[in-house]
Design a binder for this molecule. Structure first.
Ligand code: C5P
Length: 233
């Protein structure tokens, strides 16, 4: 298993993101999301890659199959290591995208988004119109199964969901988990937080950590401490 800590580079500009990265001597795994990518475009990815870091490009693609397959070719041309899709886009969209991604890099980590953590049971039933015999938890598992059957190699989920997902989909199915906090951190806007040690115990493959590192007084030592706790070294 390739356990690792992924730092969420939630910065508003390339300059701020690169200043942050330049504090580190280590080769990192970082997550670039919509805020930074839509502002700076492919050049932010090229700059990070030039520095030797790995990239999770968190764009959560969701559109008709042809568009998502073509978008996958575009983002894979940036040499990204991890990419993701809304499983709600359906099997045909997912399979087409995974095929294109693997043609470019057979080792790319393709992840699915099940239900966003901002979706409540009520919203899922009243707005997304999923039958109320299904809870958000049931839907997360069912979506993860569809993702696996469509060729995705993992999902983004809460660390608290990992044991159930691994029990049903197997230990090899990768779980990437945000919502990580040290006991001394504020939980910010995260509702259910888990420590790095607990994430390891629960079976997370990768933890995604933003503010506990980016807003720390000393980001390099916060990263090292969190990594040590997660890897159990
Ligand atoms: O700062 P913090 O550690 O809360 O950042 C977590 C990162 O993971 C953010 O980039 C956030 O958008 C992302 N994320 C999340 N919860 C999800 C999916 C993604 O916190 N369910």
């Amino acid at each position: 298993m390739n356990r690792d800590v992924i730092i969420a580079l939630d910065f508003e500009s390339k300059a701020k993101a690169l200043d942050f990265l330049d504090m580190f001597e280590d080769k990192l795994y970082v997550k670039v999301g919509m805020e930074l990518f839509y502002k700076e475009g492919p050049s932010i990815i090229e700059e990070i890659k030039k520095r030797g870091h790995k990239i999770f490009l968190d764009l959560k693609l969701h559109d008709i199959p042809n568009t998502v397959a073509k978008a996958t070719i575009s983002i894979m041309s940036l040499n990204t290591d991890m990419i993701n899709y809304h499983i709600a886009g359906g099997r045909e969209m997912l399979k087409g995208a995974v095929d294109e991604a693997k043609k470019i890099n057979k080792d790319v980590v393709t992840l699915g988004i099940t239900m966003l953590t901002s979706t409540s049971d009520e919203m899922m039933h009243d707005e997304i119109l999923i039958d109320n015999k299904y809870s958000v938890k049931d839907t997360v598992i069912k979506y993860a199964m569809i993702g696996k059957e469509s060729g995705l190699i993992g999902v983004v989920c809460s660390a608290l969901e990992v044991p159930k997902i691994k029990e049903i989909l197997g230990d090899e199915f990768i779980c990437v988990t945000p919502g990580i906090r040290l006991k001394t951190n504020s939980s910010d806007d995260q509702k259910r937080v888990v420590t790095p040690e607990d994430a390891r115990e629960l079976g997370s493959d990768y933890i995604v950590v933003g503010r506990p590192i980016t807003k720390a007084e000393n980001p390099v030592s916060a990263y090292k401490e969190i990594r040590k706790m997660f890897l159990g070294e």
